[in-house]
Design a protein around this ligand. Structure first.
Ligand SMILES: [Zn+2]
Length: 243
């Protein structure tokens, strides 16, 4: 991926790599998904058909509209509305990850907020990562899935202008200005959650101050390409090693 506006083939290649990287890094498993807006200001985005992320290839990526639908007859993901409604509200967002990455879940079901404890995660809200409470929108007997534009809209509202929102008892959503950035953020959200959980077992963590989080986001976040390049090489190597 280059800094010029990517071609369709570039974008599909990067999004396939993102799927595979996020599986390799333990953010996605058989479930969860990653999408990319097709171009700046576009009302369409690429998201795989209903498939485990580790199996996604370029031809599996369907062009979705902001109503969450696609002209392709292949079966879409149930929770495609997460992506559609974030793109609708956030012109700055070019890529979205929805995951069930496990270390993040405890912070969505307890009163301990997810906060930045390491400099790699300065993009997290310094005081409290928002938690989306689905029962306020879907009642107390829902399956916790975001299966309609209305639920997607309420989740996007909970995310606000931030990078990450947690979904109680379910997972999280991460937004970024590029595929590279959203992958970096999703990976380091999981890493930060793991480290914060470890620190909480030792005592009261000292969190990054709001000023530190902002400064770290600007300097470390600008180096996301280093991680992206090595992760792309690793997944390409593993693809070549697969008989
Ligand atoms: Zn989900």
């Amino acid at each position: 991926m280059t800094d010029r506006h990517p071609t369709d083939a570039d974008l599909r290649g990067a999004l396939v790599a993102a799927n595979h990287i996020l599986v390799r890094e333990g953010v996605l498993d058989a479930f969860g998904h990653v999408s990319a807006r097709t171009a700046p200001d576009a009302d369409t985005f690429l998201l795989s058909r209903n498939l485990a992320p580790g199996s996604v290839t370029p031809s599996d990526l369907l062009v979705h509209r902001l109503d969450g639908e696609s002209d392709d007859p292949r079966r879409p993901y149930l929770e495609r509305f997460i992506h559609a409604e974030i793109y609708r509200r956030r012109p700055d967002v070019m890529a979205v990850v929805h995951s069930h990455s496990p270390s993040v879940i405890p912070f969505g079901v307890s009163d301990t907020p997810l906060r930045p404890v390491v400099h790699m995660a300065g993009f997290l809200a310094a005081e409290r990562t928002p938690v989306y409470e689905i029962s306020e929108h879907a009642g107390d007997a829902s399956d916790l899935l975001i299966t309609s534009p209305e639920l997607g809209a309420s989740l996007a509202t909970a995310l606000g202008s931030g990078a990450v929102a947690l979904m109680r008892g379910h997972g999280s959503v991460t937004a970024g200005a590029s595929i590279m950035e959203v992958v970096y953020r999703a990976v380091y959200t999981e890493v930060n959650a793991r480290i914060q959980l470890q620190a909480l077992t030792l005592g009261t963590p000292r969190y990054l101050s709001p000023g530190e989080a902002k400064a770290a986001d600007q300097s470390v976040g600008a180096q996301a390409r280093r991680a992206w390049d090595v992760w792309c090489r690793q997944v390409a190597q593993e693809r070549n090693d697969t008989p």
